[in-house]
Design a binder for this molecule. Structure first.
Ligand SMILES: Cc1ncc(COP(=O)(O)O)c(C=O)c1O
Length: 381
């Protein structure tokens, strides 16, 4: 017997984990104020870039003495410019529990060739932060986008640490509470929780990170797009909108529009609440079903943005083929786009729950998930 299709479809089937769904009120016309065809160094361009920085500070409650810069190459560019500029001054601990964190380990061990201490956890778990010595420099990813496992809080990071913390927070920023006093370098891109465009990254530096930049010169060469100092002094212009190279003013405008939307719905708390409600709808669904479960083993580490799910039904013959077929079936029906697990992650699904996704769309998707699961069980028999 074939299960009937649910009656309602999500109004927006875009559940990709990056680039993520645009803001619910999105329309291209909203970008009309972008100063296209003008220099980004003209007053109008500089004002837009400075607004993007200062409005980010305000929305995320970033302390006044932290520097915020817009940098090239999205989140990857921001993480790598931090690691290349600051690491090597003291021993490094690299923490990873999924693919992106592992990528930063490769950077540090194989490219920078540092003799780092590497601590990893399997997909579904996170590294125990109580085992970390924060007198070393420590690099980690707050929310593992490809495993759906996040650091619940920064309590294990001591305030009086001697090392600096470098945190890839790209799928956490704007959805999860980031303790700025525990983070010396924080990076993210506009394309995740804010539904912005990729290509530009943001880097947030604590005063201690700036001190490191001004007191330490790495042994290796730094390309221009990684250089944040000149003559041993911070290039302050970067942190007021004088970007290292040319940004897309269309992408900047898009981000400003997203920030405006965030303010209009109530700011950071409202963004958090939207992601929480989206993720909770999926968690509650999983709790009622015996064939699907969160990849995160500990509820405290469950992501409220990149929710990763695994199928747990004994009847499934080939997990990877099954999960791909479910995702394909949902895509074909136009009810969920891009929800297959990341290529290096365990077989399953990943449903983005960041603030730009509507809870009603998640709720409309869930019966379809059950429909696709049943259909695939039948199809493989
Ligand atoms: C945790 C994490 N780090 C880094 C990246 C790479 O981001 P970007 O492509 O914006 O550089 C991603 C993208 O999904 C991510 O999830």
């Amino acid at each position: 017997m074939t299960t009937a299709q649910p009656a309602t479809r999500p109004a927006n089937p875009r559940f990709s984990s990056g680039p993520c769904a645009k803001i619910p009120t999105y329309a291209l016309e909203k970008l009309a104020d972008a100063p296209l065809g003008r220099s980004h160094r003209a007053a109008v361009g500089k004002a837009k870039l400075k607004a993007a920085i200062e409005e980010t500070r305000e929305l995320l409650n970033i302390p006044a003495d932290y520097r915020i810069g817009i940098v090239p190459a999205s989140d990857t560019g921001a993480v790598e410019m931090a690691m290349w500029s600051m690491l090597g001054a003291r021993h490094v601990e690299m923490l990873a529990w999924e693919s992106f964190g592992s990528g930063w380990v490769t950077d540090v061990v194989k490219q920078l060739k540092l003799d780092a201490t590497v601590k990893t956890a399997d997909y579904g778990q996170i590294v125990d932060f109580n085992t970390v010595d924060f007198n070393n420099d420590v690099v980690f990813t707050w929310n593992g986008t490809t495993s759906g496992c996040r650091l619940p809080n920064g309590d294990a990071i001591p305030a009086d640490r001697e090392g600096i913390t470098i945190c890839d927070a790209t799928s956490a920023a704007f959805a999860q509470d980031l303790p700025w006093d525990k983070l010396d370098v924080t990076t993210f891109s506009w394309q995740k929780v804010m539904g912005g465009e990729a290509a530009h990254g943001m880097i947030v530096l604590s005063p201690r990170a700036v001190e490191r930049l001004e007191s330490y010169t790495p042994a290796w060469p730094l390309p221009k797009i990684f250089r944040m100092t000149k003559g041993g002094k911070l290039i302050e212009g970067i942190f007021v909108g004088e970007t290292i190279n040319t940004p897309s003013m269309l992408a900047v405008e898009d981000y400003l529009v997203a920030l405006d939307w965030a303010r209009s719905i109530g700011g950071l708390k409202a963004l958090f609440a939207r992601a929480d409600a989206n993720a909770k709808a999926i968690w509650d669904f999983c709790a009622q079903k015996d064939w699907i479960a969160n990849l995160a083993e500990d509820d405290a580490t469950r992501s409220n943005t990149s929710v990763c799910l695994k199928f747990t039904d004994d009847r499934i013959k080939d997990g990877a083929t099954f999960a791909k077929a479910v995702a394909k079936r949902l895509e074909k029906e136009g009810v969920a786009l891009d929800i297959g697990a990341y290529r290096d992650a365990p077989a399953g699904l990943r449903i983005w729950c960041g603030a730009t996704v509507e809870t009603a769309d998640i709720e409309a998707l869930l019966p379809w998930l059950e429909w696709a699961f049943e259909a695939e069980i039948e199809a493989q028999a």
